[in-house]
Ligand binder design. Sequence first.
Ligand code: MN
Length: 234
Amino acid sequence: MTTTYLWTPPPVRSLPVRGKDERLPINRIFCVGRNYHAHAVEMGRPVDKSVEVPFYFTKSPDTLVESGATVAYPPGTENYHYEMELVLVVGKVGFRVPESEAASIIYGYACGLDMTRRDLQLVARDKGRPWDLGKDIEEGSVVSEVVPMPGKVIDQGTLELRVNGVTKQQSNVDKLIWNIPELISDLSKFYHLQPGDLIFTGTPEGVGPVVASERIDGSVEGVGSIVLHVGSAE
Ligand code: MN
């Protein structure tokens, strides 16, 4: 018997894949917090890897927007920030994956913008509340085309972001506090990672605000580039 629904179910969220006609269906969006030392310091929360473990937050798959989009300046904030990130795309199921086998579940990579209501995030952080209003933002997870690189661990590459052509973030993936195998191994202690899970690996220093009519463009060396146009508030 065919299942029927009260209303049309939400669409499958997906991304284009370089060199393929098929699109990549998205499962979950995980984000790593404070994974570059200089960014952790600029947020006033330095990281000591010898005594700390990675931490994560999630963004709903329906926050996904493709590179090139124009998005409305979101409601409820006066401090909307960009965060340029390398995004890892999971291609296989992985649970309690040892670091030595982490590469085996990698499908590829993309460029990502983890857009953030910084004012709301910091209020939540300082009051010990969840970060959802600061991070889980409609049209707030911007991702480029996916570049297939099965089994490849990216351990270096320049990462840059510009606003209206002015460089705001410039770092290197070799500065990740927890690297790609460490992240896969750690996150898979808590989740059965699935094909289509995205992992935003964290942003370097230089985060800052954008306003309506500004254009963000970013790149990760060896992966690709990403563009976002910020529109007026609704
Ligand atoms: Mn981030």
